[in-house]
Design a protein around this ligand. Sequence first.
Ligand SMILES: CC(C)(COP(=O)(O)OP(=O)(O)OC[C@H]1O[C@@H](n2cnc3c(N)ncnc32)[C@H](O)[C@@H]1OP(=O)(O)O)[C@@H](O)C(=O)NCCC(=O)NCCS
Length: 205
Amino acid sequence: MSVKATTDSFLPSAPPSIEPVTLRRATATDAAVLALVGAATFLEAFTWMLPGADIVAHCAKNHTPEAYAAYLAKPDTRITLAVTGVDVPVGYAMLSAPDLPSFDVLPTDIELKRIYLFSRFRSSATPVEGHPGIRTAQALLDAAIADARELGRTRLLLGTHAGNERAIGFYRRNGFSEAGTRTFTVGTQVCCDLIFAKPLEAVSR
Ligand SMILES: CC(C)(COP(=O)(O)OP(=O)(O)OC[C@H]1O[C@@H](n2cnc3c(N)ncnc32)[C@H](O)[C@@H]1OP(=O)(O)O)[C@@H](O)C(=O)NCCC(=O)NCCS
């Protein structure tokens, strides 16, 4: 496959089976990119579980350029984008200050608020630049863990729907264990989530 590296001539000669992925840190200029990939991956992830109107309401509120700009302006936010081709976003991982009101959060905690990949890039042997032999989701999680350690945090928390077996399998394989529950509202739907926690060793400086 040959792909010219300019946007006005982005004409692959044939659809690739799977494109190589590059990870890059999102910056304030990526708010619109994140809104798009955030809403699109949320929609794709939960078509099996949520009514369309609730997905639309949730994305219209939470996956906007303004919402991502506000996150990116906060000191604890770190977002890694997975991109293909000429910077086409296909997934992301987002760390932010914990927002888990029902949970006993410690000052040294941080939350993996989101980790999403389009399904074509899940469980794949997609080459990830700089991460040989690593699946894309693993490379995203590894980047988030490195960022959390860099911020000096000693525990990574996350909430996920109790029926999200695939994500839960991924988290357990990565050393997360169940630590609590929370409710999470999507549009008019009140979802029962599990909270998972993973201790982080301190980074040696
Ligand atoms: C969560 C996510 C990033 C993980 O990435 P991934 O590429 O699927 O992760 P992996 O393939 O490395 O691990 C998933 C594991 O679950 C397994 N699995 C696949 N479908 C499954 C299912 N329906 N039930 C249980 N396990 C399943 C996979 O085989 C794999 O197991 P393995 O490690 O033994 O091969 C990705 O699935 C995703 O984007 N999901 C949609 C968004 C989402 O739910 N995000 C989390 C919200 S909190």
